[in-house]
Design a protein around this ligand. Sequence first.
Ligand SMILES: NC(=[NH2+])NCCC[C@H](N)C(=O)O
Length: 400
Amino acid sequence: MRQPRVDSEVGPLRTVLLHRPGNELKRLTPRNNDQLLFDSIPWVDRAQQEHDAFAEVLRGRGVEVLLLVEMLRAALEDDRAHAAGVHAAVDELRLGQTLADSLRSHLSGVDATTLAEVLTCGVTFEELPAGEGASLVRKMHRPHDFAVDPLPNLLFTRDSSVWIGDRVAISSLAMPARRRETVLLDLIYAYHPRFRHAARAYGAHSAPVEGGDVMLLAPGVLAIGVGERTTAAGAESLARSVFADDLVHTVLAVPIEQERATMHLDTVCTMVDRDAVVMYPLARDSLVAFTMRPGHDGSLDVSGPEPFLHAAAEAMGIEKLRVIDTGLDPVTAEREQWDDGNNTLALAPGVVVGYERNGETNARLEEAGIEVLAIAGSELGSGRGGPRCMSCPVVRDPIE
Ligand SMILES: NC(=[NH2+])NCCC[C@H](N)C(=O)O
């Protein structure tokens, strides 16, 4: 078994963490989907089929696929993890003391599989076990309200944790609907036997940083999108943390539009080869970057802004970062950007997974010599995330 280590976006992918969508998606309704960050109500069986096909494409290319719920169950076999899981599930401020106590004591007795289901799918008031003592909260809530919130965005494993070198950073997720995801990742990395010795970078309680914004352009060079999710303070403190651990030499902070369509840097740009990105044409000329390098005595040198493509090439030590567009016709480009055409997952330099629906983008990638493994994503995409969002690389081979 290879030790976890990721130094780039495109080094041959060996191990990846995915989440097979489960019953948590069945919690989505037209009333809660906005708050839960989905644009429509996915057809769950089909989403699972699409996801299984995605995982098969990866396995077919020799990638080991770890599934989040299996990892979580195994972690929860440890008593300390189980206790922490119960603690994370029960929100006393929401449930009041009587109900919180009775849910806690119920969950303390359930097995790891049940607790994992509670932590991912949540619990409604009508599903709560009968408990002792009168609870005003129980009486006043409607049966379908959530006593424990579901986590439908677990599907996007990219955002909740990220490996930089041999360290894992548990993100600090910006949106309330996603915050509890990090607790699950924390349990997996702390208690799953496979990760027991994993060293940490950054911290879940620091300023917001989401993995979709974090991109290892080359060994030693990190780009961090700053926009709807990751804040400037988050980018600055992640930079300090990776400099202190000597994981990278340069961090580029890249401002992106504060909009849903561009919620993370990887919605407008992903790497498809050692020296090439697929990029939304509107971003191509407008993206800029601030460059951070370690200064003296733990201080930070900050320069810029300058055009992103220039700053990136310079930090990566290459002459030019090649750009492949999402098509130049603005309507197609906008449609395919929305459908995660720019959100590819590299399996090796020049080999990426992309959604089949983005015909124009995929054709342009192929023309540029990039092999595109196309997957169906009609249902998976309803949460606005593509192959990169749905994957957290754990082991990549070095790129020569
Ligand atoms: N890396 C990404 N682009 N992730 C997409 C996450 C989508 C998810 N529904 C959210 O709003 O958080």
